[in-house]
Design a protein around this ligand. Sequence first.
Ligand SMILES: [Fe+2]
Ligand SMILES: [Fe+2]
Length: 258
Amino acid sequence: MNILFLGDVVAKSGRQIVLEKLPHLKEQYEVDFTIVNAENSAHGKGITKKIYQSFMDAGVDVITLGNHAFSKGEIKEVMEDCPNMVRPMNLEPKEIGKPYCIKEVCGKKLAIVNLLGEVFMDCASGSPIEAMRALLEEIDADCILVDFHAETTSEKEIFLHVFHQDICALIGTHTHVQTADERVFNGCAYISDVGMCGVYDSILGRSVEEVLRRNVGHEVTHFTPAEGPSILCGCLIQIDEKTGRATNIFRIQERPEI
Ligand SMILES: [Fe+2]
Ligand SMILES: [Fe+2]
């Protein structure tokens, strides 16, 4: 089973590169299932139903989110109409949307779970470890992939060591910078962060000029997505269909010619 996971899609340029490259990526890597973290897809923060539908139409199977899940308020009203979208389990309001979904892939039940880290993440509501333990009591799946949306590499590695026997993949998101630490640990595929699909000449997808005015010049500014060609970041996870355990993970990164 080949699972393609693409990291945080940031704004219009990020959406465009995903939609443009997805058919080729699916063919090149013989992808059986595609997961995209789209927490920044609507102008850098959140997602809309229209954007969700554009990913579905392009052949994405499941959308995951993060701390910006509800940044576009309209999504709260229509989340029930987006069955292939999961939002972090430990993020308020917990009654809207769902924290995991289960899909049939290559004859196996694959669960896709979304969780927030709690280190340097003010919006996290409760411990992700406790949330995951509670989830394991109720979940009925052959293999479980977790999008762990967190700031620090240490919290992600701790999560791996607590749950590697219970899950087949722990994919880090949120920092927008791809790490080079991918590995399979006792049958669990791991990477601290898959990186983003967003403007290459930017600061985490934001306009460099705007971020400098804010962080160096101490001006009050809004979140402004950068403009220009995007980098595409993700990974391919290979799962043994007999055992439900990961056998391989490798990084995918396509940079624009600048
Ligand atoms: Fe993000
Ligand atoms: Fe995030």
